[in-house]
Design a protein around this ligand. Sequence first.
Ligand SMILES: [Zn+2]
Length: 165
Amino acid sequence: MDILDAPYKTGYIGVKKAKSCIFCDIFASKKPKVDLGILYKDTELMILMNKYPYSPGHILIVPSCHLDNLEDLESRLWLKMSKALKQASALLKDVLNAEGINIGMNISKAGGAGIEEHIHCHILPRWQGDTNFITSIANTRVYRSDFDEIYKKLLRQSSKYFKLE
Ligand SMILES: [Zn+2]
């Protein structure tokens, strides 16, 4: 009992609880979806632009539940995420003329997750000749001005592609 009552422990728990999660913050945000780079959002899932893209048109699919592992994700939600991936794939091919698609999840720090506390799926368009990954990353700095352009392009068409209700 002494250990449970130790002030340092209480402080630690307090700090942990106070730590916010970017995805949960976006889910809770009342800001217009254009300010947040959102393409689609309902109570269970959102689809948004990655602010730090590997390539232009890099999209994230995020479940609303704050989970750091896939095992605890409800199967029904996992199915909804995979549906969203299929629809995002069609969107990227049709609107950005993507010639290929990469899909992936980085889970936990060791898995390379940027936001490890809240699982999410990456989907990004690829084109012949863009295979140099470093170039893709470097290009994102130059692409900054194109980011909004690409987002608007995708957003205009997104309601036609995302049928998830
Ligand atoms: Zn979260």
